[in-house]
Design a binder for this molecule. Structure first.
Ligand code: NAD
Ligand code: MG
Length: 399
């Protein structure tokens, strides 16, 4: 049997939690995968270490002076990686012929354009950046569908969506995946404040909010988990990925984070995917699909899982979750506004400019101001994103 050629991987957001975990899985399989390109915003030291270890052809730093510094350090170390800078370079590395798979792991709206470029270029997009689907679900799914003949495919990295994908195995081939599906049960840990007195939520600090009970993640998604906006974004992500309406998605609080999501079928079956909470499982699944490879994750010892609990979410405690359901029901401009306002509000909370309970207030303001309708052109999507950021910043300035 001939050996499959090694796949070239581009990691957008290589220095983040998902990027680092992706490199960990790749390093376990040097004959199957090689790193073709890496990107980061401005963390020179980390990207430099990664370039020295993996010798990609290209490295992008969005920040110009960071790129110059990286270039200098790599040359001094005798490393031959070509360093590029600027946002446009993110799109350039996503479409390189030597790239087979793109790990879309930039946080926030900044990931949208390079992810779209990868889809249009017929790459396997391993999507961690849920914000792309929240902002431009139809456009993004169309880009994948329209470029399937070039090889475009979408594999979800979000652990819940990866679990759903594994429980709906026909998805990649097209439309029959929904046959017999009655509900998607999207699990959530409930975050660090699940049992905290709701009247004291206004006092929580960024340090407390980012201390997630089960997962180690970047700061923004950790705050999103505490407000459960993360689950709200994931409801919208699931609607687009699996082509179901939001009322078919039931959020289930499952504090142990062992079941990563479930799918209910009309014959009474419920399929679930379980595993230790470690992002290397969905990453390895998406790299190897339809095969399986070692991810470095410890096998789940079912006897150690003493119990599994399930609760309905409290929409008063998790106001952001309700806002996400509402926004998706209203349409595209509302979900763009939701995402943009959330990014602004979380950033302000992390900088201690606003309280934890002000986050949903900023989002409500942006939703009120968003026009109805769903834009289908990228320029209109980006214009709405910008407009909602202005509304949110003006509101913050007046607080
Ligand atoms: P992180 O903050 O740890 O890393 C973000 C990465 O994006 C870094 O490499 C950073 O350099 C880069 N970046 C940040 N701003 C940028 C910009 N303006 N332009 C270009 N690059 C920029 O985040 P993370 O936890 O790795 O999450 C990344 C994405 O994956 C997010 O969309 C998140 O919602 C999603 N996700 C993460 C997890 C997780 O367990 N961490 C799970 C599911 C989904
Ligand atoms: Mg998730």
């Amino acid at each position: 049997m001939s050996k499959a050629p090694s796949k070239g991987i581009c990691i957008l957001g290589a220095t983040g939690t998902i990027g680092v975990n992706t490199l960990d899985v790749i390093a376990r399989h040097p004959n199957k995968y090689h790193v073709a390109a890496l990107s980061a915003n401005n963390n020179v030291e980390k990207l430099e270490q990664q370039c020295l270890k993996f010798s990609p052809q290209y490295a992008v730093m969005v920040n110009d002076s960071a790129a110059e510094k990286l270039e200098r350090n790599l040359r001094n170390a005798g490393n031959g990686t070509t360093v590029l800078s600027g946002k446009k370079a993110l799109e350039e590395i996503s479409i390189l012929p030597e790239v087979d798979y793109v790990m879309a792991a930039i946080v926030g709206a900044a990931g949208l354009l390079p992810n779209l470029a990868a889809a249009k270029a017929g790459k396997r997009v391993m999507l961690a950046n849920k914000e792309s689907l929240v902002m431009s679900g139809k456009l993004f799914m169309d880009a994948i569908r329209d470029n399937r003949d070039k090889g475009a495919e979408l594999l979800p990295i979000d652990s819940e969506h990866n679990a759903i994908f594994q429980s709906m195995p026909a998805l990649v081939d097209g439309e029959q995946q929904k046959a017999g599906v009655t509900k998607i049960l999207l699990t959530a840990s409930g975050g660090p404040f699940r049992t905290r007195d709701i009247n004291t939520l206004c006092d929580v600090t960024p340090e407390q909010a980012v201390a997630h009970p089960n997962w180690v993640m970047g700061q923004k998604i950790s705050v999103d988990s505490a407000t459960m906006m993360n689950k709200g974004l994931e409801v919208i992500e699931a609607c687009w990925l699996f082509d179901v309406p939001e009322d078919q998605i039931q959020v289930v609080i499952h504090p142990q984070s062992m079941i990563h999501s479930m799918v209910s079928y009309t014959d009474g079956s419920v399929l679930a995917q379980l595993g230790n909470p470690d992002m290397r499982t969905p990453i390895a699944y998406s790299l190897a699909y339809p095969d399986r490879v070692d991810s470095g994750v410890e096998q789940l010892n079912i006897f150690d899982v003493a119990r599994l609990d399930f609760e309905r979410p409290d929409f008063e405690r998790y106001r952001c979750l309700q806002l996400a359901y509402d926004a998706h029901r209203i349409g595209g401009n509302a979900t763009i506004a939701l995402n943009a306002a959330n990014e602004i509000a979380v950033d302000a909370f992390l900088k201690k400019q606003i309280s934890f309970t002000s986050i949903p207030l900023v989002i409500e303001k942006a939703l009120e101001q968003a026009p109805s309708g769903t834009p289908d052109q990228i320029d209109d999507i980006l214009a709405q994103d910008l407009a909602s950021r202005h509304v949110s910043n003006d509101y913050l300035a007046a607080l």
